[in-house]
Design a protein around this ligand. Structure first.
Ligand SMILES: NC(=O)c1ccc[n+]([C@@H]2O[C@H](COP(=O)([O-])OP(=O)(O)OC[C@H]3O[C@@H](n4cnc5c(N)ncnc54)[C@H](O)[C@@H]3O)[C@@H](O)[C@H]2O)c1
Length: 253
């Protein structure tokens, strides 16, 4: 799938799914900007990509911080001359049962997971519109269908699906596509970190495939949406969840 010489920004690429996406895009010839709030993570992933003979640049900054995002996009355009692909991957979770969920926990999750996608997409679309080409891929979650203890997270990820559909409509005339990928439970700090081991065991047994997904299994779907070949695909939502979206597991709340 063609992403060779495309310039891609991957947010939250210092670990987990974002790291796998950045490395897969780079291995297919894209020049990749590694964004994260942790500088050491950005630098590590960028360096590991450079060691494989591909081009990568670290860009530290929060995705909902408009000034930081503008600076990152400007640096990208200065260094590589364009921005072809934006993968809005950065995300956080702060799980708690509905009746105990605080305003702070609500706001923090909506700020990164939804406002971050808005700010990054709007800023990148300015560059993409000028060049009449762009691919925006947003990482939502199977959880947007609803999940125990995730009112804030599920709402943010449902917002990402709605936002993706509107981006697709408004940007189609500039040859910019926008699509969303909804992972199920993935083997990362976030995927493992939010539940105690005994709950993880029960959750895994309830998965149709009986296991967590691997970050690379999510990354292949992003590669497709980010590729030249996906010209005529926009506004779509793809579940990559081992079948978890097909039914609900018992109440674990
Ligand atoms: N792991 C799962 O089970 C799972 C399932 C469905 C969806 N997702 C989604 O996939 C994406 C990646 O998740 P992951 O499991 O790799 O998480 P992760 O916690 O392993 O990695 C996320 C990275 O994003 C960075 N980050 C956090 N806030 C940021 C911000 N404001 N700006 C820039 N970077 C920021 C973190 O520092 C971290 O390096 C998220 O959007 C998440 O909601 C994950």
């Amino acid at each position: 799938m063609a992403v060779k010489d495309r310039v891609a920004i991957v947010t939250g690429a210092g670990a987990g799914i974002g790291e796998a996406i950045a490395k897969l895009l780079a291995s297919h010839g894209a020049r990749v900007v590694i964004n994260d709030i942790f500088e050491d993570r950005c630098e590590r992933v960028a360096e590991e990509i450079r060691q494989t003979g591909h081009d990568a640049m670290a860009a530290v900054g929060g995705v909902s911080d408009r000034e930081a995002v503008s600076a990152m996009m400007r640096r990208t355009a200065d260094r590589f001359g364009k921005i072809d692909i934006l993968v809005n991957n950065a995300g956080i979770g702060k799980n708690r049962g509905l009746m105990k969920l605080s305003d702070e926990e609500w706001n923090a999750v909506l700020d990164v997971n939804l406002k971050g996608v808005f700010v990054c997409s709007q800023t990148a679309a300015g560059y993409m519109r000028a060049q009449q080409y762009g691919r925006i891929v947003n990482i939502s979650s199977r959880a947007w269908l609803g999940w125990y203890t995730q009112a804030n997270y599920a709402a943010s990820k449902g917002g990402v699906v709605s936002l993706t559909r509107t981006l697709a409509l408004e940007l189609a005339k500039y040859n910019i596509t926008a699509n969303a990928v909804c992972p199920g439970m993935v083997e990362t700090a976030m995927g493992r970190g939010q539940n105690p081991p005994e709950i993880m065991e029960r959750l895994m047994k309830a998965q149709p495939m009986g296991r967590l997904g691997q970050p690379e299994e999510i990354a292949w779907a992003i590669l497709y949406f980010a590729s030249d070949e996906a010209w005529y695909v926009t506004g779509q939502t793809l579940f990559v969840c081992g079948g978890k979206s097909l039914f609900a597991t018992p109440d674990l709340g």
